[in-house]
Ligand binder design. Structure first.
Ligand code: SF4
Length: 368
């Protein structure tokens, strides 16, 4: 579809502004005010320009324009759906896996996604950033844990920090011998690509550690020329990039949308990394698909596009138990020899059924 130029200069934060720009119906205003009182709203000019106000099913609007459906919290939904708190030994740090920590520096974002898994922790009214003392304590924690090989800057969106502050943080982390990788999770290159300035890119590069950037985008239309240029500037500066997307009903829950998104990432030199199943964040049921539908989409994707374009479809297990790949599985046991030893398996007494990309089933090893 063509780009709609709404000629919006500033980030829209109030439901009344969304109505005034034709991005939400006036009749919905009272309900949207209630949503905005609970969950942050922000739509940057770049994102607003992508929304077709005449399309009630616009996949960009669905991600960023609040909806009265957010006022309904379903059973099982939780303020901390992936269990950050259970693994937070100290403010700002989540230490869920042995070799890496999340370092949550800021609690603000350029845009606020309606499905955000940290929607109870980010936005105006929450603490906007770690205090100086909390930052120093978090650094001390990382220094004291020599098993931490990778630090993932997340939040909020770390690229909301100034280049000067980011450079200080990167230098502090890179000065810790055992920290070899600094990964930055961000939506800024699509939400506000002008922030990816030469100063920002210089701040991301640091001696003593390798920087990776993980871009969050969910629909191919987010990868505008400006967004692609911002990513190219980072990649050409030597910063490798991976993608993260969330499987969202009405946004990318069909094979054509996913295929276009994954192909676009690869064309931009961004390796598709994760396709997240929607987390059980409050008021987000209308944006989640079923796991069965997600598996079917992954099956179709594997049949249609290059291996370079295949993300891992993952679920963050509620309670803080980490990510698990959720298939689909292509392998099942053909016989009931569950208890056969590895030695007997090697003698081909266990056979498997394996599904090819067309859906045809084969025996492995084949019968002699
Ligand atoms: S950018 Fe990330 S942290 Fe910020 S609102 Fe979107 S999903 Fe949440």
């Amino acid at each position: 579809m063509s780009k709609i130029n709404l000629n919006i200069a500033a980030t829209l934060r109030q439901p009344a502004e969304l109505v005034a720009h034709g991005l939400a119906p006036a009749a919905d205003l009272p309900e949207l005010e209630k949503v905005a009182a609970r969950y942050a709203v922000a739509v940057t000019a770049d994102i607003a320009a992508l929304i077709d106000p005449g399309d009630p099913d616009d996949p960009i609007a669905r991600q960023f324009i609040p909806s009265a459906e957010e006022l309904v919290t379903q059973p099982g939904e939780s303020a901390d759906p992936i269990g950050d708190h259970a693994h937070s030994p100290i403010a700002g740090i989540v230490h869920r896996y042995p070799d890496r920590v999340l370092f949550k520096l800021v609690h603000v974002c350029a845009v606020y996604c309606r499905f955000c898994f940290r929607r109870e922790m980010v936005g105006p009214g929450k603490a906007t950033a770690l205090s100086h003392a909390a930052y120093q304590n978090a650094l001390d924690y990382i220094r004291a844990h020599s098993e931490v090989w990778e630090v993932i800057l997340t939040g909020g969106d770390p690229l909301m920090l100034s280049p000067r502050r980011l450079a200080e943080i990167m230098a502090d982390l890179a000065a810790i011998d055992h920290v070899r990788i600094i990964r930055i999770h961000t939506r800024v290159p699509v939400a506000d690509p002008a922030r990816i300035s030469a100063e920002m890119i210089a701040a991301l590069k640091v001696k003593g550690a390798t920087t990776w950037v993980a871009l969050h985008a969910n629909h191919v239309r987010e990868l505008t020329d400006s967004a692609r240029a911002a990513c190219a500037d980072m990649i050409e500066a030597g910063i490798p990039m991976v993608s993260q997307s969330v499987l969202l009903r009405g946004v990318n829950d069909n094979a054509a949308a996913l295929e276009a998104l994954m192909r676009a990432f690869v064309e931009c030199r961004i390796k598709p990394y994760y396709l997240h199943h929607g987390d059980l964040a409050p008021g987000t049921a209308h944006l989640r698909t079923t796991l069965a539908h997600g598996q079917e989409l992954m099956r179709v994707l594997r049949g249609r596009v290059s291996g370079l374009c295949q993300p891992d479809y993952v679920l963050d297990i509620p309670g803080g138990h980490g990510k698990a790949p959720v298939g689909p599985s292509y392998l099942s046991q053909a016989n009931s020899a569950n208890s056969l030893s590895q030695e007997r398996e090697q003698h081909a007494e266990i056979r498997y059924l394996i599904v090819d990309y067309c859906g045809d089933v084969h025996l492995y090893p084949p019968k002699p």
